[in-house]
Design a protein around this ligand. Structure first.
Ligand SMILES: O=c1ccn([C@@H]2O[C@H](COP(=O)(O)OP(=O)(O)O[C@H]3O[C@H](CO)[C@@H](O)[C@H](O)[C@H]3O)[C@@H](O)[C@H]2O)c(=O)[nH]1
Ligand SMILES: [Mn+2]
Length: 736
């Protein structure tokens, strides 16, 4: 009976889809009219030579780019779905596949050791058969701090895991559990529980103190020149640990070899080493990838994922189950849109209704086989396999579907196996192989997740998106402007790298996946190009306003209604989606603001970075996101104040643009009031007004704030100089 019940259900959001499609239809009719208007006026003015062509062309080009990206966006709206899972219907534990958890860390300064260890411990505490769970930590910093901390984490886990199991604790990340006000569920008043909790809490405090001591006494310098270190953390029981406390998943520390002469391909490189190392140690058919800050918040996520992986109908083509990225440090106002609402609440559901969402870096359960490229068990020519997978015989053996290494009989790894592991963790191992190109996580883009996912979908794999009410994983999101923009620049750079490669989703995708799915991928790859229209629309109409040149229809013109409609329709749609996903009018304004800020800064720099990498002018780099908390910045964040303690490189463009908009609005209003304007320029007046209103906090940061997070007068001055240069040079070009 039980077997006949589905393990999961997929619900198509019908009314939402109908509304979306209707909106798409109406909006595209309006856009067509707008394009018709622009084209016809342009032809006319080329004939008559009565208006300056350049600003018209720029604004028209901007509108075309915006319309194009908008069109791609509609693919997400076509068939949004949501899913529910029934883990209680899963087969018995002995039929569940084993899981290798991969956690990556790189920098003990930016990624506090105690938080990384909390992630490790929460993964060890997953609600899954303990003999089927293996946790690997990749330490790209090669820091002995991390290795020592893992030994401590292991010791603490010996207390923590039994405690969680005995009392069915839901929050299995100790830091989160102990900072919660109340117990997470159930009746936990028994004296036994209280004694145990006090005892475990005491152990946790000791654990933290030990980590602190390790950090004080050990160098935290990240080494780019070191041999591989692989260690199975397997401390013999100390003190009074009872025998039944010892049921622990295997925990492995991996620090791959690094040499300055070898590219190391950042996180993708680290994950590929983990794939190989784990292949020799546990070779589990399923892999969970986690960033070091993403702790497991729901211990049942593995079982939820298995509801899809064990469904014989979808499983053969299912590569991975993706959970959303959610963050525990984002507050209610979320002034930086750190939760990435649109991505994880709208776009990923849209993807899910097609062939599935992209790999999202962290929080996904992936089939190992999916990452092994075109390998099929029939492929038995060893030489050919070695060309793809490298020279390790042991690793080639592990490719066999049912190969189960038997390394744990004696406890530690044998010296022979350790040698082989060191070979596959060496930096030269991938030379002349297909690793990073066809096998494993791919290296073409710094956004390894996006590109790897895209390739999987190109090969016919599918994915599903699982977004349960209780977040499966929780990490740290950006809570200050600089971090947000640095991270955004890296993402954009990675996306544009794909957009301008031969893998451009619109060219490479449509023949390999459904057209709608490739549109979604293309939208992600192309959205950085928002920087072009946003730069144009933030300057050209304003410049023309100052010079009294109209670019938009007058109120009496019937096309005025078209422009108004396009503006209102896109904003109302955005607003509707914000409301639908639990946001407010404030969320809507914040998202508009952050979109503008990102478009003129990180979209621009990221695009530039990608082009420079492509032309060989720059090397790829990966600046990890800061996960450590700065108290002062945290306080400003809590107060909902934008933090302008950011690089001038980011501040100057947005402030310059704002000053241009303020100037043009003032001049424009003066022109109207003094009757100096021969046309009505309602739209051109509205544009800077809108920009200024949405970005009011920046003005506040320039003029009113006195705290450390304000905009420094020197930056304002510099930006004013840029604005003045632009306005005078621009006016001169226009008149000329
Ligand atoms: O050389 C490196 C650089 C980074 N990392 C790890 O990669 C993870 C992600 O790095 P982070 O600095 O947190 O970058 P984010 O921009 O916050 O990460 C997002 O974007 C990445 C792609 O740029 C994805 O890989 C991540 O999963 C996704 O959360 C972290 O655990 C790092 O420790 C490495 O292991 N080696
Ligand atoms: Mn991160």
């Amino acid at each position: 009976m039980q077997n006949s019940l589905p393990l999961h259900l997929c619900h198509v959001q019908k009314s939402c889809a109908i509304m979306n499609r209707l909106h798409t239809l109406l909006h595209s009719i309006a856009l067509t009219a707008l394009i018709y208007y622009r084209a016809s006026i342009l032809i006319q003015s080329i004939k008559n030579r009565d208006t300056p062509i350049l600003p018209w062309l720029l604004v028209f080009a901007s509108e075309l780019i915006l319309s194009f990206i908008w069109l791609l966006n509609q693919a997400y709206r076509w068939r949004p779905v949501s899913r529910v899972v029934f883990p209680e219907r899963l087969p018995e534990d002995k039929e569940l596949p084993a899981i290798d958890v991969f956690i990556c860390t790189v920098d003990p300064e930016k990624e506090p050791t105690v938080d990384v260890m909390n992630t490790v411990i929460s993964a060890m505490a997953l609600d899954y058969p303990v003999d089927k769970l293996y946790v690997y930590l990749s330490d790209d910093g090669g820091s002995s701090v991390t290795l020592q901390a893992m030994r401590e984490a292991w010791r603490f886990a010996k207390w923590w895991l039994p405690f969680c199991r005995t009392y069915g604790i839901k929050t299995r990340c100790p830091k989160a559990y102990f900072s919660e006000e109340e117990d997470d569920h159930g009746d936990f008043r028994s004296s036994e529980f209280i004694t145990d909790k006090t005892m475990v809490k005491e152990k946790y405090e000791v654990f933290k103190r030990r980590l602190m001591r390790i950090r004080e006494n050990t160098s935290m310098v990240i080494s780019r020149d070191h041999s591989p270190v692989v260690e199975v953390i397997n401390d013999k029981p100390i003190g009074t640990v009872r025998e039944d406390h010892a049921e622990m998943p295997v925990l492995v520390y991996v620090s791959r070899e690094k040499r300055p002469s070898h590219p190391y391909h950042f996180k993708a490189g680290a994950l590929n080493v983990l794939l190989r190392v784990s292949g020799l140690i546990s070779n589990s058919p399923c892999i969970l990838v986690l960033d070091c800050d993403m702790y497991c918040n729901d211990a049942t996520s593995a079982r939820q994922a298995m509801c899809f992986h064990l469904d014989s109908k979808i499983s053969p083509s299912l590569a991975f189950v993706q959970f959303p990225q959610k963050f525990y440090n984002i507050n209610a106002t979320d002034i930086y849109d750190g939760q990435l609402r649109s991505l994880f609440k709208i776009q990923w559901q849209g993807f899910d209704g097609l062939e599935g969402p992209p790999v999202s870096g962290t929080g996904f359960y992936m089939k190992r086989m999916a990452l092994y490229g075109s390998f099929t068990p029939k492929d038995v020519d060893i030489m050919k396999l070695k060309l793809s997978y490298g020279i390790s015989n042991e690793f080639i053996k592990s490719l066999g579907r049912n190969y189960k290494p038997n390394v744990f009989n004696g406890g530690d790894l044998s010296s022979q196996l350790l040698k082989e592991i060191e070979l596959i963790a060496s930096c030269a191992y991938e030379n002349q192989t297909k690793w990073g190109e066809k096998v494993g996580f791919l290296y073409l883009s710094v956004l390894e997740d996006y590109f790897t996912g895209f390739n999987l979908h190109c090969k016919g794999w599918t994915s599903v998106y699982c977004d349960p009410v209780r977040p499966a994983f929780l990490g740290t999101g950006a809570t200050n402007l600089n971090d947000l923009l640095v991270q955004g620049t890296r993402w954009v750079s990675g996306l544009v790298e794909v957009a301008i490669s031969r893998f451009c989703p619109l060219i490479y995708g449509p023949f390999r996946m459904s057209f709608l799915e490739s549109m979604c991928y293309a939208e992600l790859a192309f959205y950085p190009f928002y920087c072009l229209p946003i730069w144009c629309l933030a300057t050209i109409p304003q410049l023309c306003l100052v010079n009294g040149i109209p670019l938009y229809p007058e109120v009496s013109n019937s096309f005025f209604a078209i422009f108004t409609f396009v503006f209102l329709s896109s904003h109302l749609k955005h607003f509707q989606e914000v409301l639908l996903t639990g946001g407010s009018i404030q969320t809507y304004i914040i998202e508009q603001r952050i979109w503008m800020i990102k478009s003129v800064t990180c979209h621009f720099y990221g695009t530039l970075d990608a082009i420079m990498k492509k032309t060989g002018m720059r090397e790829a780099s990966f600046l990890p996101t800061n996960k450590a908390v700065d108290d002062e910045q945290a306080l400003r964040y809590q107060k909902g104040k934008l933090d302008f303690q950011a690089s001038t490189m980011f501040l100057a463009p947005m402030i310059s643009l704002l000053i241009i908009n303020i100037t043009s609005l003032v001049v424009g209003v003066v022109r109207v009031v003094t009757g100096n304007s021969s046309h009505d320029m309602i739209i051109q007046l509205f544009l800077p007004f809108f920009v200024i209103t949405v970005n009011y906090p920046i003005i506040e940061g320039m003029l009113l704030r006195k705290d450390k997070g304000r905009i420094l007068p020197s930056v304002t001055l510099l930006s004013s100089v840029f604005a003045i240069i632009f306005l005078s040079l621009g006016s001169w070009v226009l008149i000329y």
